[in-house]
Design a protein around this ligand. Sequence first.
Ligand code: ASP
Ligand code: MG
Length: 409
Amino acid sequence: MALIVHKYGGTSMGSTERIRNVAKRVAKWARAGHQMVVVPSAMSGETNRLLGLAKELSPDLTTPELQRELDMIASTGEQVSVGLLAIALQAEGMRSVSYTGWQVPIETDSSFTKARIQRIDDQRVRADLAEGKVVIITGFQGIDPDGHITTLGRGGSDTSAVAVAAAMKADECLIFTDVDGVYTTDPRIVAEARRLHTISFEEMLEMASLGSKVLQIRSVEFAGKYRVPMRVLSSFTPWDIAIDEEAKSGTLITYEEDEKMEQAVVSGIAFNRDEAKVSVLGVPDKPGIAYQILGPVAEANIDVDVIIQNVSHEGKTDFSFTVHRNDYARTMELLKSTVIPKTGAAALSGDTKICKVSIVGIGMRSHVGVASKMFAALSEEGINVIDEKYMELAVRALHKAFEMDLPPA
Ligand code: ASP
Ligand code: MG
């Protein structure tokens, strides 16, 4: 008998019919003798719908007071999901009970809309498991030290599931989703994309941080820190597929680098179209300039990604960086009001139609020439700076250049 955590994404929970399927699949695992904890997302589209309602009432929701209310609202999507799943399980003849984050409790800090989990008290959950119940816990949410409901950032149910698995020392955390594993790149863009049977935790971390949407990055960080055995697999296989077969499907996250050392130099291509580029032009090139520009940005809680500083000309330089597109307007505003006057920069420019394409692989450390091969492949296609409209072409060209469609030797 093992303790297993299942996580189901929004698409898998997308209708009562699908929820019934989830219940049947979970019941199959429970009947095989496993202790089951299930962490579902909100039904697909629900979190967007809820946040959309808030936006209708107030377009600017950036103050901590308003962010608190956003969490109050957004967390309800998962509350509905767990209740429905508990009912579906009971309809299958399984004993089950659902809990919200605060009922467990899953304790977080107070950063509304992007809270971090600090502690999970598993006593209540263990007591239910001991009584033979399937325990269903809301993804995406927790409770802060003052009793406010918090959420963990978009896609945060992955992190909830991994954190629960870590806290309970689960034997495995299975992330059921609408794809059947982790691919060399997005199969919707490259038809030849190949599913990876295993991926090292470091590569998964890179993939997630560079734009792959398969797992929320914080869930991968958590998995790495606690070495949570974890697998990404499809929830669209027939629910009654044999457990042995199911337990081997999808992509396993591994923690031993050595297992992969002999394999491909490059294991995947990630891309991100959520970024925008901001350039501060003609700034006096003095030590500390990066801090003068990025300090206020960081203070405003805006995450900066790629940073590029051009070679200076006559003591002036251009300084560019990328931020999430949602933060673009705020960043430009901030630079205009504080940074330009303080640094004496000549102008600002920005571009929201950019994308970032990255190649991922731990094998790159011991191989030279990866970057030159990448740029050669792109220049053959006439691609320079990756404008959004050329992104798919770039991803396909790189996938081919690195022979990622071929099975590893
Ligand atoms: N429902 C939340 C979201 O849409 C959390 C999740 O699905 O992981 O972001
Ligand atoms: Mg997700």
